[in-house]
Design a protein around this ligand. Structure first.
Ligand SMILES: [Cu+2]
Length: 151
């Protein structure tokens, strides 16, 4: 009887560790510069990633009020609307409208020399959907944007 119980316990342990093994956090690094550019035009995330962790580094020297950068993810169709609303949202809100459901993920706004990151589940993404990432600092998204692919 005792042997059976410990066997059941062992198989439960395997089941739990199996669930952990299925989690895959995929890391993405991107840099913003004082020249109002990102160092990437495209980010691709594989379908087996369960979470994405994006780390944004501002490699410039300019302060956040002058050349702030963030990383915002939305459907490509929502990009200009999110960017327009972000302009008036103010730097205290990282230039992202409060409660904007079109925003899938975003980092805070940072200045030269700073680094920030954001982690989000890929369950928020649909395969085949067109996504874009961009910086929502006023006037930046025309240059600071790229395509985000999932799947
Ligand atoms: Cu920017």
């Amino acid at each position: 009887m005792k042997a059976i119980r410990s066997l059941a316990c062992l198989s439960l342990m395997f089941a739990v560790s199996g669930a952990f093994a299925a989690d895959k956090v995929c890391k993405v690094d991107i840099a913003g510069t004082d020249q109002m550019t990102f160092d990437k035009k495209e980010i691709a995330v594989a379908a087996d990633c369960t979470e994405v962790e994006v780390t944004l580094k501002h490699t410039g020297k300019a302060p956040v009020q002058q050349m702030g950068h963030n990383w915002v993810l939305a459907k490509t169709a929502d990009l200009s609307g999110v960017a327009t609303d972000g302009m008036s949202a103010g730097i205290a809100n990282d230039h992202v409208k409060k409660g904007d459901t079109r925003v899938i993920a975003h980092t805070k706004m940072i200045g030269g020399g700073q680094t920030t990151s954001v982690k989000f589940p890929t369950s928020a993404l649909k395969k085949g959907e067109a996504y874009s990432f961009f910086c929502s600092f006023p006037g930046h998204f025309a240059l600071m944007k790229g395509t985000f692919k999932f799947g």
